[in-house]
Design a binder for this molecule. Structure first.
Ligand code: GH3
Ligand code: MG
Ligand code: MG
Ligand code: MG
Length: 300
C-alpha cells in the first residue's frame, strides 16, 4: 500500500518516510499542500495520506476539506491522518471536522503512528471489499447468467437511456433484433446443454463483433437485442450483416457435436418521436420479414 506524506519540513519527511518503509509501505512525499493536492488528484493516487497542518500554500486542514467536498467518490476512499504540532482541543476538533479521519500531535510516538496507519489500511480494505461486492451485485442484477450479456431488464433500461440521449443530441441510434434460426431443432437434435453452449457462443461472437460501447442483450430464449449508439442506416446494416456472417461461419463444438447455426436479424434506426415500444415493434417486424424470406439474413 502506498502512502502520501506531506510536510514542509525535510527532516520530518525523511524520518517519516524511513519509518513507513520499514513498516512495509511505499511512500510518496510532498513538500507543500499544493503538491499534495496535485498528487491526490492524480491517477493511482495513494489512498492514505499523512498530512502536516501548517505548510506553505494549501495547508493540511484545507486539503482535508477539499478532499471531502471535491474528491469524494463512492468507489475510492481517501483516509487522512493529520500529524501536527497544533495540540489544543479546538484545533483537534476543527481538524477532524474538516474531514480528517485521525489526528496525531507532534512529537509523536512511532509505535502509535504505526497502529493508526494500520487502522487506516484496514478501513481502506473494508471499503474496497464493499465496492467490489457492490460491483458484483450490480453485475448479477444486470446480466443474463447463461450468456453474461445484459439481461432483458437492463437491456430495456439501456434502450430507454440511449434513445433519450440520441434524441437530445440529435443523433441516430441503431437497434438490431436477432433470433437464432431453427433453434428448437438444435435442442431436439443435440440436447438442451448443447443448446446452451450455442447460446453462449453466439452471444460471445456478437459481443466480439460490435464496438465496446454497443450493448448486447438477451431479450428472451434465443432472441437478442443489440443497441448501437451513433450509427445510421448504412452502418447499422453493415454491422448486422457482420454479426450474421460471423455466426454463420462458426463451427460450435458442444456435447461431442459440431454445430452450425444461422441467425436472422431485423434492424431499425431510432428517429425523433419514435418510442421504445415502436422501435422494438419495427425491429420485430423486420426480423419477421427476414424469417419469412428464408432466414439467415438481415432485413431493415
Ligand atoms: P425460428 O427459426 O422460427 O426462430 O425457429 P426456432 O426453433 O428458433 O424458434 P422457436 O421459438 O420455436 O424455438 C425457440 C427455442 O429456444 C425453444 C426453447 O426451448 C429454446 N430455448 C429458450 N431458452 C433456452 C435456453 O436458455 N437454453 C436452451 N438450450 N434452449 C432455450
Ligand atoms: Mg509544517
Ligand atoms: Mg424466437
Ligand atoms: Mg429462433
Amino acid at each position: 500500500m502506498k502512502i502520501l506524506l506531506a510536510d514542509d519540513d525535510a527532516t520530518t519527511r525523511k524520518m517519516l518516510g524511513a519509518m513507513l518503509s520499514r513498516w512495509g509501505y511505499a511512500t510518496m512525499t510532498a513538500a507543500s499542500g499544493d503538491e499534495a493536492w496535485a498528487i491526490l488528484n492524480s491517477e493511482n493516487a495513494p489512498r492514505l495520506a499523512v498530512l502536516d497542518w501548517v505548510m506553505p500554500g494549501m495547508d493540511g486542514v484545507e486539503i482535508c476539506r477539499r478532499v471531502r467536498s471535491e474528491l469524494s467518490s463512492s468507489d475510492r476512499y481517501l483516509y487522512l491522518i493529520l500529524l501536527t504540532a497544533k495540540t489544543s482541543r479546538e484545533e483537534i476538533i476543527s481538524g477532524l471536522e474538516a474531514g480528517a479521519d485521525d489526528y496525531m500531535v507532534k512529537p509523536f510516538d512511532p509505535s502509535e503512528l504505526q497502529v493508526r496507519v494500520g487502522i487506516g489500511k484496514r478501513i481502506i480494505q473494508l471499503h474496497q471489499e464493499l465496492v467490489e461486492a457492490k460491483e458484483a451485485l450490480h453485475f448479477q442484477a444486470t446480466r443474463d447468467p447463461l450468456t453474461r450479456v445484459y439481461n432483458r431488464g437492463a437491456t430495456m433500461e439501456r434502450l430507454h437511456e440511449e434513445l433519450d440521449r440520441s434524441a437530445r443530441e440529435g443523433q441516430s441510434m441503431g437497434l438490431i433484433m436477432i433470433d437464432i434460426d431453427h433453434f428448437k431443432k438444435i435442442n431436439d437434435t443435440h440436447g438442451h446443454l448443447a443448446g446452451d453452449v450455442v447460446l453462449r457462443r453466439t452471444a460471445e461472437i456478437m459481443t466480439s463483433v460490435v464496438r465496446s460501447y454497443d450493448v448486447v442483450g438477451r431479450f428472451g430464449g434465443e432472441e437478442f437485442l443489440v443497441l448501437l449508439p451513433k450509427v445510421d442506416e448504412e452502418i447499422l446494416s453493415r454491422i448486422a450483416e457482420r454479426i450474421r456472417a460471423a455466426v454463420a461461419a462458426e463451427t460450435i463444438r458442444a456435447e461431442g457435436a459440431e454445430i452450425h447455426v444461422t441467425l436472422s436479424a431485423g434492424t431499425v434506426v431510432g428517429r425523433k418521436g419514435l418510442g421504445v415500444d415502436q422501435l422494438i415493434q419495427a425491429a420485430d417486424e423486420a426480423l419477421y420479414e427476414a424469417k419469412r424470406s428464408g432466414r439467415n439474413r438481415v432485413c431493415a
